[in-house]
Design a protein. Sequence first.
Length: 416
Amino acid sequence: MEAASNEDAFSRLWIWERVGNCLPWYLDVASNKKPAKYLISGRIPCEFDLSEPSDDELWMEHQRGTEVFLDAWEGIREGEIHLEDLPRPQTSLVDLSVELTLRMLRRCDFCRWNCRIDRSAGTKHGTCQLEAESRVSSYFHHRGEELVFRGVSGSGTIFFTSCNLRCSYCQNSNISEDKLNGIPVTPQQLAAAAWQLRMEGCHNINWVGGDPTIHLHTIVQAIALLAKNQVNLEDLDYVSAVKADFGRPSFSEERGRYNGEVNVPMLWNSNFFMSAETMRILRPLIDVWLPDFKFGNDRCSVFLARTPWYWETVSRNHQLVYDWGEDMVIRHLVMPNHVDCCTKPVLNWIAAHTPEALVNVMDQYHPDYACNPADPNYDPQFEELARRPHDREIQEAYDHAVDMGLRFDDVTFEKA
Ligand code: SF4
């Protein structure tokens, strides 16, 4: 009864009358009217040989499986087929995704840095400085995300350490710059944490960091365990050491179920500096996308984040998700002195390429890390970012979003 009222309260939020047509799949999965993609992918048969030395063969099978998945997803969205019509195969698209991500880890190309190092060996580090281990800094009901994500019970947010960008102003530098923050987690422990958040009423599992991309292998394995309902509650004894909720959120195993299976939308909250291969892995697993679009050109991304290839990579990934017809909300953080070079080009691109996407034009930038004069890491070369944006800069950003005809006001101003 309580579980049903939590989901009802979520689906009755005023915001859905305004933006429900932009996030229809996410809303249906969060409300348990439809099964999450991982449940569908777990029903898509894929035949592969673990001893197969050729990655190409596996990627071809993944491509074939994704096409079958897309047909099934369409049928389920249209109500023409039901999850229970699809038998559980011996090996599925989810299993193949696990195998491919573990292979990717051995010559890592999770993101555009394409470091090609063997992270499982742990002898060399790429830009993210990580080996195979994934660490979680904290996980909790996030009540500060957009209303569509925080809902009435919070967004089930899991913060991973380290990052593949090096933003001088990072607003989460305590975890992005400290790869040893938090505790190491296994996929089993991660699946248990996600399960716990859903049973406590969270509306989604919000994979974030740092950035989740660099932990792709651990996250995909955790999703595979959820897909097979292989969650061991004893794992909570360990991982709950980094659960950061005040008090004890009410818990019910009745919550978050679709035909008795654990059901929760997967939310990819990322800088979107992913490789094309990572995009392929995520497509049949992620229900709703929350990409940043930070910089309007590579000169700013190189100066502010020591990251080349930013524009081509991030714009390509935004375009892919939009063209796939996925549910998405784009975030752009307005930075001081970067309205003309970053905000306006980003908003222009969105208007031209993903015009129906929801956009959150964010005003909460504050000087942090190397841009904060009070921080030991402060670097005077970033003086232009060592203040909050002026009101006139924020207004200029909003005015430009209006001029571009963007769908930004509902998600940007919902807290006002
Ligand atoms: S995740 Fe990205 S930065 Fe880290 S090793 Fe892999 S390719 Fe390099």
